[in-house]
Ligand binder design. Structure first.
Ligand SMILES: [Zn+2]
Length: 151
């Protein structure tokens, strides 16, 4: 279903998918006005090709505007799972390493080297996860600032 009315400003015929009370932009006079109460509901099958084309373009435009307005936080909301996942991994690694060291210390010879290697990898991994979490926090914070400024 679409709405058909005469432009409030120039009287040209306007066809739109907007609702009464929404702002429309007239493609004849380029003014932005409110869709009037008297707008008539018409079926899309009654439209000619050009009008159908115009409607499609209007819809596509509305979609890109929506995408633009979507904040990055919403777009990348999957990143919110990174923190709990890393917390889980961190705890698992810590316990895993502790039990591993218990076993390794009983090994003769190479035991110490392996323990040292485990510690280095462990510290590196924890630091890496910490950096990723900080970066994500920073980006979300930045996006929050930006969207607050916009509104
Ligand atoms: Zn107009």
């Amino acid at each position: 279903m679409a709405l058909k009315f005469n432009c409030v400003n120039c009287n040209d015929i306007v066809i739109t998918k907007l609702s009464i009370g929404d702002e429309y932009k007239c493609k004849n006079c380029l003014n932005v006005r409110i869709v009037p109460m008297g707008a008539e509901t018409i079926d899309e099958s009654e439209l000619d090709l050009q009008q159908k084309e115009d409607l499609k373009r209007e819809e596509q435009f509305a979609q890109t505007e929506d995408e633009k307005n979507q904040t990055l936080s919403k777009k990348y909301s999957v990143l919110k799972f990174v923190k709990p996942l890393f917390a889980f991994l961190g705890v698992t690694y810590t316990f895993g390493l502790m039990s591993l060291i218990g076993h390794l210390s009983e090994l003769p010879g190479a035991g110490f080297n392996i323990i040292a290697l485990c510690f280095i990898s462990y510290s590196g991994l924890i630091f890496f996860m910490y950096c990723i979490v900080s970066m994500i926090d920073f980006l979300f914070e930045l996006d929050k600032h930006n969207s607050e400024k916009k509104n």
